[in-house]
Design a protein around this ligand. Sequence first.
Ligand SMILES: Cc1cc2nc3c(=O)[nH]c(=O)nc-3n(C[C@H](O)[C@H](O)[C@H](O)COP(=O)(O)OP(=O)(O)OC[C@H]3O[C@@H](n4cnc5c(N)ncnc54)[C@H](O)[C@@H]3O)c2cc1C
Length: 358
Amino acid sequence: MTVVPEMKVVVVGAGYAGMLAANRVARKVRAAEVTVVNPRPDFVERVRLHQRIAGTAAAVEPIASMLRDGVALEVGTVDRIGDGVVTLDDGTGLTFDWAFLAVGSTVRPMPGTVPVGSWEGAEQARTALAALPAGSAVTVVGGGPTGIETAAELAEARPDLRVRIVGSAVAGDFTERAHRKVRDGLARLGVEAVDGHVVRTTESAVHLRSGVALASDLTLWAIVSGVPGLATRSGLTVDGDGRMAVDASLRSVDDERLFAIGDCAAVPGARFACALAGPQAVRAVDNLRRLLAGRTPAPYTPRYVARAVTLGRRGAVAQFTRRDDSLRRSHLAGRGGVMLKELASRGGKFGARTGIGG
Ligand SMILES: Cc1cc2nc3c(=O)[nH]c(=O)nc-3n(C[C@H](O)[C@H](O)[C@H](O)COP(=O)(O)OP(=O)(O)OC[C@H]3O[C@@H](n4cnc5c(N)ncnc54)[C@H](O)[C@@H]3O)c2cc1C
């Protein structure tokens, strides 16, 4: 436990990275007064939003029930951060000695589609699905993990619908053997997989670059891209995607009181992943402790283990990777894959709740 004179720490964003950071500071830095700011009073388990849509998980829990005693929650949206002040969009200002930017990533849905990767989008999709009669066609756009998991979860939960997934290369980020397992798993659930580039969507159809038009009663956008504009708005240095520029220790290159963690941090070699958000939060908080103790902060390097997708509640494929995210030959399917993926999802929430991770 690091002991310092009274010190204010503000964490912006209560996702996987922000929650872990807030609880870890509260555990490890005595006398730190920690405040978390988030637009909603609930922690959204973003890796389960496809389950929320399909009705197989709630994917939310009150933030207050997950925060350690003494950590304050401020429900609001941060408009700017800088000069030792976090300013909310209602004009409220919170001063800080140290702050963690953890605002995650966003979705940029094509007009005519409903996004899967945000809470609001998931709720809209859930409502729209509930109103769809049997036999309706649902198209999921995005051939990556989010699209695969969404299409499979829906097909299993609503076998009365015709579910299709469209992406430039559906399950393209796997070895050939794992790719086949994913495609077979989708086919077993009745999901039609279409490799194609979507150029336009309307209320009733999805148009591909090849000229093909696919009839669709509901089109879901399962691609996560971009980050909230907070760092840009605040005049901080950002990369081409708007992620806040950090040094090797995850500290802002502009303001030494500021760390960025999770999807919104411009970490070389990092992709949007819950699997990285936790370790980044751990490293950033431990670096804060090092700084408070007069020691040199330690560098952070992303370390990957696997990319895993669920195929409904009873199937999964976990493709093992090297530390640098390049593919290994091995993968795990069936029950082993399901267990590994479930463990990873629970681990993210456990880290958020406890401040423990690595
Ligand atoms: C369906 C789905 C499945 C996924 N599956 C996996 C998986 O299997 N493995 C994996 O590694 N990753 C997965 N991901 C990606 C993973 O969810 C993200 O990488 C992860 O949530 C990033 O954590 P974070 O803490 O950086 O951001 P988030 O979890 O997005 O949290 C950010 C928080 O900041 C808040 N916020 C935003 N703007 C502001 C503001 N201005 N002021 C205050 N608060 C703000 C948001 O409301 C949110 O609460 C999946 C994503 C989706 C959508």
